[in-house]
Design a protein around this ligand. Structure first.
Ligand code: FES
Length: 118
């Protein structure tokens, strides 16, 4: 699912409704400098990472979410949704963006996105 950034307000940018993302799924938010994958975990936590695996750029938004991690669909690296760091013996990281949910709406940190959406 792709969606443009729709609303700018304060320090947070609203990108849509929590219910738009299935549990253990993701949606992609397109920005001027790349796509951000927004993940919803089984317990309704929300995390945002660049939609590029630190290994060879695989689309993390198409990976499998388990706990607070996602497994890349290309070569099965496991990436922490909280930090963007590769887990286990693998090394590397992808940029994480602060995300929060309020009244069923998802917000991403404006400061982290400022350069992207400017
Ligand atoms: S590109 Fe993600 S594991 Fe290889």
């Amino acid at each position: 699912m792709n969606a443009p950034v729709t609303t700018l307000s304060g320090d947070w940018i609203e990108i849509g409704a929590l219910e738009d993302i299935p549990r253990q799924g993701a949606r992609v938010v397109k920005t001027a400098s790349g796509c951000i994958a927004v993940f919803r975990t089984a317990d309704d936590s929300v995390f945002a990472l660049d939609d590029r695996c630190p290994h060879k750029g695989g689309p993390l938004s198409q990976g499998i979410v388990h706990g607070n991690s996602v497994t890349c669909p290309l070569h099965n690296w496991v990436i922490s949704l909280e930090t963007g760091m590769a887990q286990g013996a693998d090394e590397g990281s992808t940029a994480a963006t602060a995300a929060r949910v309020e009244d069923g709406r998802i917000y991403l940190a404006r400061t982290a996105l400022a350069q992207r959406v400017a």
